[in-house]
Write a protein that binds this ligand. Structure first.
Ligand code: SF4
Ligand code: SF4
Ligand code: SF4
Length: 629
């Protein structure tokens, strides 16, 4: 302990005006400008330019090093994909273990954005005030646990025994799909606005870092063990310039007095405090870590305990409402939204309770009367909270719909084999289809944005309910909003349903669109052959099925279709060869045989279809009853 300063004294120091003493050299009260901040700005601008260069290099060359983002570590832990983000994050943690939490201050684009926002606000005379909560500071740690520890815990306790605790590692250091794990641009821009600007305006310059960022949670924890700290010599006169300058809300003057160093894990080693200290009392040096001292400096918090509890409840509800709503909002953005909602909800609460309330230089309430600024604040807060509540309502229906959808048992191939999947539905399937239909309709009809995950699922339950036309329309709409695999699947299902409706031209177009997205989608090739066959383009159909078999020899349906086609075209030898190959790969499952029989019957290959119906009956005599359906 540096001196005998008691907790009460420290609390008193903080609760009164910060003691910004006169500079001993200049005898002026002003705090000198931090020279370090220029270097930090240069480092952060260079980092941003490097990120832009990385993106441009990928666009030009089509391949690049995988994103150098800590979030990529999740894919290493979940799937064993070793990527650049994992290597960067590991090295950053190891460096933090020695030098403390410096990566945040010198190497993060979000901190650059937050600094830029604070700079802009100061230009218009608004200095962001820190929002201090006792409970919400644990959010980054909890988020870090979920992202980086939970995947392994889950695999250990919940997943089936055959899954290894440590996944098999694969090399993902180079990628051709750089943007794959990032949100689309129309989400990324609001993401940066909420996490970079709104959190600064409402919660202070490091609002997002303090209450939302999981990487900060990890760095803050590791910092406690690091010997590298901001330390003090005997020249400190408690002028308070360091604390007044610190944008991480660290009580520098109090901590260095108490411990001889800065122990707050929020310290990002930006060295602004060292730079502005008029007595050159601060320095970066090595010694005992934070865990070696007993902390007793008490911060002045913005909330009472009841407000803390209310805030924690609001935060949790808001986070759950926003996370993944419309399958658009990533976890970090939801955390940012939740911090803003919590602040607005608590301020609104105070606006009604207190007789006087200010926000920045704006008087929200005076002598019990809400002022003009107060009404503007209230309107904005209610709009924001209302939107968040609406997201919660949509999210609830999306989750309930997804839960019901997950429990639908009927295999897609069987449901698609004929126009009437109803005969294959079990009572529990019917219940789950009705529930999924109800919830997805509620989410889609009331949603402000299109949920490209819910839409195809709603289409599928509509199809299973017999609303084929609606299913076709919904799948078309879903495909418009999807990319890659999702888009290909929506077009495929749409094409398959159109085939069953005998709308072969439309089906062909849809299946071509599916294959344009994913040429390896064999199911779409099999369906495409069916459209061509029905349109009388028999040789083209045979070519498509042959191509499918060339890509994967063990396809029972394509081989059967080729066998049926060869038989109808009078090529007996070829028909026998394909049939033999088909038999080799057809599983001894009555449902599968029935499905193949239906598909063959659809295209007029009745003889071969009959063989599969008989085989199904042989495997399960109950199928005899379905014979005439
Ligand atoms: S806490 Fe997160 S957002 Fe803040 S500087 Fe660190 S890594 Fe960046
Ligand atoms: S460390 Fe320097 S800036 Fe901070 S209180 Fe002491 S003398 Fe003032
Ligand atoms: S304590 Fe000093 S080094 Fe740490 S964040 Fe504050 S100003 Fe920067």
């Amino acid at each position: 302990m540096k001196s005998g300063c008691t907790t009460q004294e420290v609390r008193k120091q903080r609760s009164i005006q910060l003691p910004v003493l006169k500079n001993s050299t200049t005898q002026k009260e002003d705090i000198r400008k931090s020279r370090a901040s220029i270097w930090r700005a240069v480092a952060l601008i260079a980092l941003t330019l490097l990120m832009v260069a990385h993106f441009i290099q990928w666009r030009l060359m089509g391949q690049t090093v995988s994103p150098i983002e800590p979030s990529e570590t999740m894919y290493t832990l979940q799937r064993g994909a070793i990527n650049a983000g994992f290597i960067f994050f590991t090295l950053a943690i190891l460096a933090t273990l020695i030098f403390g939490r410096f990566v945040c201050g010198w190497g993060c684009h979000i901190v650059a954005l937050q600094d830029f926002c604070a700079w802009l606000l100061k230009k218009v005379g608004l200095t962001p005030k820190p929002f201090r909560s006792r409970l919400l500071v644990y959010v980054p740690l909890l988020a870090a646990f979920y992202m980086f520890v939970w995947p392994t815990v889950y695999r250990f306790f919940v997943k089936p025994k055959h899954e290894p605790l440590i996944p098999e590692f694969t090399n993902h250091l180079v990628t051709s799909n750089f943007w794959e794990t990032f949100p689309p641009l129309f989400v990324a821009i609001p993401f940066l606005f909420v996490c970079g600007f709104m959190t600064v305006y409402f919660l202070g310059q490091k609002g997002f870092c303090t209450y939302a960022c999981p990487y900060g949670g990890v760095f803050g924890l590791v910092d406690k063990f690091a010997p590298g700290k901001i330390r003090v010599n005997d020249d400190c006169n408690q002028c308070g310039h360091c604390t007044a300058t610190c944008t991480s809300n660290v009580l520098v003057h109090a901590e260095v007095k108490q411990y001889g160093m800065v122990v707050d894990p929020g310290c990002m080693k930006c060295i602004d405090c060292i730079s502005v200290c008029p007595n050159d009392a601060l320095y970066f040096g090595y010694g005992k870590p934070t865990v070696a001292v007993t902390k007793s400096v008490v911060k002045n918090y913005s909330l009472t305990w009841p407000e803390e509890i209310l805030g924690a409840v609001v935060f949790f509800a808001s986070f759950m409402a926003a996370w993944d709503v419309y399958q658009l909002v990533p976890m970090l953005m939801a955390l940012g939204i939740a911090t803003v909602t919590t602040f607005l909800a608590l301020r609104t609460w105070r606006l009604f309770k207190a007789s006087d309330l200010s926000f920045y230089r704006f008087r929200l309430k005076s002598s019990g009367s809400i002022q003009k600024a107060g009404w503007i604040f209230l309107s904005f807060a209610l709009l924001w909270i209302g939107l968040n509540g609406h997201s919660g309502w949509v999210r609830y229906h999306e989750s309930a719909g997804a839960r019901a959808f997950q429990h639908i048992q009927i295999p897609d191939e069987l449901a698609l084999a004929g126009t009437n999947p109803n005969q294959w539905l079990s009572p529990s399937d019917r219940e789950n289809i009705a529930a999924a239909q109800k919830h997805y309709h509620a989410a889609v009809d009331a949603g402000l944005f299109t949920n490209s995950d819910a839409l195809p699922k709603l289409a599928w339950v509509e199809y299973l309910s017999g609303n084929t036309e609606q299913a076709v329309q919904l799948l078309g709409k879903a495909a418009e909003h999807q990319h890659g695999q999702g888009k290909a699947l929506s077009f495929y299902y749409r094409g398959a349903i159109l085939n069953r409706l005998h709308r072969y031209d439309e089906a062909l177009k849809s299946l071509d669109q599916a294959l344009a997205e994913r040429p390896d989608l064999i199911l779409a090739r099999e369906e495409r052959g069916e459209s061509l066959w029905q349109l009388g383009r028999k040789q083209e159909a045979v070519a498509v099925w042959s191509d499918a078999v060339k890509r994967n020899q063990g396809l029972p349906l394509a081989n059967n279709l080729l066998a049926g086609a060869a038989a109808l075209l009078g090529q007996t030898e070829a028909a026998l060869a394909y049939e033999k190959q088909a038999d080799q790969f057809t599983p001894p499952d009555p449902f599968f045989h029935w499905m193949v029989g239906l598909r063959l019957r659809n295209v007029g290959m009745n003889e071969l279809a009959e063989k599969h119906f008989q085989r199904a009956i042989q495997l399960n005599p109950q199928f005899r009853a379905r014979r005439n359906l």
